[in-house]
Design a protein around this ligand. Structure first.
Ligand code: PMP
Length: 405
């Protein structure tokens, strides 16, 4: 047998497969005695199950909701998304044909990587980066380059310097709103700058935006909704979003808006991947997203509750750790990012934390190299303020136990 065959009979591409640290952690934290601030799960108690049940009941009576649908997605949902996208872009028309519905936005990332990235092609990511994107780009055998985040999003000045020095990315991926894990939002100026660089150098921008609707405006500047999307400023931007964080992850409905050539390529890849998504959950999602009076009221509740949870977490961390821990001030999304100034290694702290019944994600999970050993991501979304206070007390006990050892 040729030596090109792997002993286990697996394809070479599987060599680069590593499990997401966060997925691994999620299985550890499924224990009842652990309060998990680790996963990027939206609050289960705020998932609108009654509205979802009503949408399911109505959808099941429609023949089109129980059949295969077009690969590009259920047409009604695509029109609803196109109209919402147009509104977010200040009224710029968004044709239905430019919307493709996927199995969560994670599938959009996978299919876009297949469509846009040849092995060895350069992909630029935020530093720190969304782990799910790192996983997809490494499976695509991309050469991953990181550009640091600033408090106003990806450092586009640094990106420009690297481009001037010869860096030629096929794709730049960024989470511009309420970054996962860092929490920051890209400024209007940087959005325009990134779009201009994409036009000039001819790369694609993947604007990955599952959190943009969850704004609650507790920033110093008092800003509420984030600035207009990067996609408003260039046709080289592919904008991804999802129903996971605003309705429910179980719907597995995500989407992207892109120019025709990208949509056509992804549609063919998706035909091969799954023929089509679920007409049932896409039809239900269409109904819920189109019910604007209900959706606005639901989003208001989500924003108010997440603001309350974020404030409770930050206050508890400040009370327990004082100035040994620098904590971000989330203005939206689901995460706080914290960095120990006392040399604590958060990978080691995690072991003690699990023993004390609390989980978080160590900063190294978001690094392409060995950075962020002293940082951690904490999700406030899934726990009420008293539970968050309990979780932080457990974390402080784990930290003291580690310092005493
Ligand atoms: N992008 C980002 C930045 C995320 O944080 C997530 C989920 N945590 C996703 C994409 C994928 O979400 P989904 O597939 O549920 O839409």
């Amino acid at each position: 047998m040729s030596s090109t065959y792997l002993p286990a009979g697996l394809a070479r591409r599987t060599d680069s497969l590593t499990s997401s640290a966060i997925r691994d952690l999620l299985s550890l934290t499924a224990r009842d005695d652990v309060i998990s601030l680790a996963g990027g799960l939206p609050a289960t108690d705020l998932i609108p199950v009654d509205r979802i049940a009503a949408a399911a009941e109505a959808a099941l009576r429609r023949p089109d909701a129980v059949q295969y649908c077009e690969t590009s997605g259920h047409r009604t949902l695509r029109s609803v998304i196109a109209a919402r996208e147009s509104a977010v872009r200040g009224g710029v028309p968004v044709p239905v044909e430019s919307v493709i519905v996927t199995h969560g936005s994670q599938q959009a990332l996978t299919l876009l990587a297949q469509a846009l990235i040849d092995p060895g092609a350069v992909v630029v990511v935020d530093e720190p980066a969304y782990t799910g994107a790192l996983q997809v780009f490494s499976i695509a055998e991309a050469s991953i380059e990181s550009i640091p985040l600033t408090f106003t999003g990806m450092d586009t000045d640094e990106l420009e310097l690297r481009l001037t020095a010869g860096l030629r990315p096929a794709v730049v991926h960024t989470v511009a709103n309420f970054h996962n894990p860092r929490g920051v939002t890209m400024s209007e100026q940087r959005r325009r700058h990134l779009a201009a660089l994409a036009d000039h150098y001819g790369f694609w921008v993947i604007e990955d935006d599952p959190y943009g609707e969850i704004w609650f405006g507790t920033t110093e500047s008092g800003v509420d909704a984030p600035p207009a999307p990067i996609a408003r400023h260039s046709d080289r931007v592919i904008r991804l979003s999802s129903a996971s964080k605003i309705l429910a992850p179980t719907l597995r409905v995500g989407w992207f808006v892109a120019p025709p050539s990208v949509c056509a390529a992804v549609e063919l890849l998706k035909q091969g991947a799954d023929l089509c998504g679920s007409s049932l959950t896409q039809s239900m999602t269409a109904e819920m997203l189109a019910d604007s009076a209900w959706l606005d009221a639901h989003l208001t509740v989500l924003r108010r509750e997440y603001a309350c949870r974020a404030t409770a977490l930050i206050a508890a961390l400040a009370a327990q750790f004082g100035d040994r821990l620098v904590v971000s001030r989330p203005a939206g999304g689901m995460f706080a990012w914290a960095t120990f100034l006392d040399g604590t290694d958060t990978g080691q702290l995690l072991d003690a934390a699990l023993e004390h019944g609390v989980a978080f994600v160590p900063g190294t999970a978001f690094a392409s190299g060995a950075q962020y050993r002293h940082s951690l991501r904490l999700s406030y979304a899934g726990s009420t303020p008293p539970v968050l206070a309990d979780a932080v007390q457990r974390l402080a006990a784990a930290h003291s136990a580690g310092s005493a050892a």
